[in-house]
Design a protein around this ligand. Structure first.
Ligand code: FES
Ligand SMILES: [Fe+2]
Length: 435
């Protein structure tokens, strides 16, 4: 399978806009892409439901039954290590009446028991017990396991998920991240020297793309981050792009390296970044919750051999840097909301990262929108795939979709007080909606 990413950047079969390489400035995505609730919902369908997303490291799930609950773009899910050692992921939704199967954030379980009516599931997601259902004919226990999510564990032990409900997701992990775990920058790093230390998080009133734009350039570092000159040679800071990754080169000086401040940061489209240094590695996940809200969730892993002083030096430094970026993002969003600014021009070299990011967003959004136009309805790749026997459900869904479309069009076509009806589809009597 060829990824949209490869196609879009001219690496696959089809052609498309090429990332900027010339010397002219390039206009950024317009402000309404950062404020529109409809765009946010389209991003949930086009991006977060289709792309591989970096979530955590296997160091957090060492033993059978260890589980963690995550959410991304409004999709809560469980990661768990099962009895044969595999990492599984499931939507945190009971197959009976949709109550969350797990209500704690983390723990160790032998079984997942729903607290609503007592259905229970194994660590492999299979339905184990559904009290009373044994008396029903035609209830297939095997078809009522937890909704499975695709998982990939890379060579360095990082865990990725893909929420596409199809048996094979449209996008293979290798399409977007082939050998990203084998980069030379990871040579010599023994991931087992590290141990999980802690999580922390911040809430931000801004669109997730503002944070991605911010993270992927260091043009702002000189003016915003007093700590960064200790970590990087800002005059030589650069990014490179590889499929769905933006690789940051801090070009740390020999002196910085001798202080243990050598860093290697990578952004993984769409939702995460990871920085590894001799004393810690640090994961950042962007967790958008609406068009103008985003949480930033961090996981910090500490080198077991590092002193408290060495670990805290970089740990505290990163906490300050992230807070400084939050301030930038909040105030940028406020001005995008107010209706004056549409967009500015980006520098092809100094803002290569945001340009690459925005090009990818544009491509995925446009491609998915076109598919929806052709299909005549929204496409939700994460949605439960119904059995062929659920015809009535399909009809009921269509009925409701038409109702929604009708009320939207009615509002758009003409008001109920209009003297003359515009005759639009939304103005048709409700009887026409009956299936
Ligand atoms: S919703 Fe879980 S058992 Fe009913
Ligand atoms: Fe920053």
């Amino acid at each position: 399978m060829t990824s949209i990413w490869k196609n879009y950047f001219g690496l696959g079969a089809s052609s498309g806009p090429i990332p900027p390489t010339d010397k002219a400035p390039i206009r950024a995505l317009p402000a309404n892409w950062y404020t529109s609730p409809e765009m946010w919902e389209l991003e949930r369908r086009a991006i977060f439901s289709r792309k591989w997303m970096l979530i955590t490291h296997t160091l957090r799930l060492p033993s059978t039954g260890d589980y963690l609950v995550y959410d991304i773009a409004g999709y809560p899910f469980i990661l768990v290590r099962d009895k044969v050692g595999n990492i599984n992921a499931f939507h945190n939704i009971c197959r009976h009446r949709a109550f969350p199967v797990v209500t704690e954030e983390k723990g160790t379980a032998r079984i997942f028991a729903c607290k609503y009516h007592g259905w229970s599931y194994g660590l492999n997601g299979k339905l184990a017990k559904a009290p009373g259902y044994q008396e029903l004919e035609g209830f297939d226990q095997d078809k009522n396991g937890l909704f499975q999510i695709h998982v990939h564990v890379d060579n360095n032990g990082f865990i990725w998920v893909n929420l596409d409900a199809k048996e094979q997701p449209d996008i293979a992990w290798e399409d977007d991240f082939n050998k990203i775990d084998m980069l030379q920058r990871f040579d010599g790093i023994n991931w087992h020297d590290y141990q999980f230390d802690h999580t922390w998080e911040m809430e931000g009133e801004y669109n997730w793309k503002i944070l991605a734009d911010n993270y992927n350039e260091c043009y702002h570092c000189q003016t915003t981050h007093p700590d960064l000159p200790s970590l990087a040679d800002l005059s030589a800071y650069a990014v490179d792009t590889k499929d769905a990754s933006i690789i940051h080169y801090a070009n740390s000086t020999a002196e910085q390296i001798s202080c243990g401040l050598k860093i290697a940061s990578t952004y993984y489209f769409p939702n995460a970044s990871m920085t590894v240094s001799p004393h810690f590695f640090f994961m950042q996940r962007f967790v958008p919750t609406s068009a103008t809200n985003c949480a930033m969730r961090y996981e910090v892993y500490r080198n077991k051999n590092s002193s408290d002083k060495d670990f805290e030096l970089i740990n505290q430094m990163y906490k300050r840097i992230m807070s400084e970026d939050k301030y930038l993002c909040i105030h940028t969003q406020k001005n995008l909301n107010n209706g004056v600014f549409v967009n500015g021009e980006l520098h092809p070299r100094l803002e290569k990262g945001p340009l690459y990011f925005q090009t990818a967003v544009r491509a995925l959004i446009m491609e998915h929108h076109m598919k929806e136009q052709e299909a005549g309805h929204e496409i939700w790749p994460t949605r439960q795939i119904l059995p062929t026997t659920a015809r009535t459900t399909e009809q009921e869904m269509t009925f409701c979709n038409k109702l929604e479309a009708s009320s939207q069009t009615r509002g758009a076509d003409c008001s109920t007080t209009a003297v003359e009806c515009c005759g639009g589809i939304g103005c048709q009597p409700d009887e026409t909606l009956v299936f």
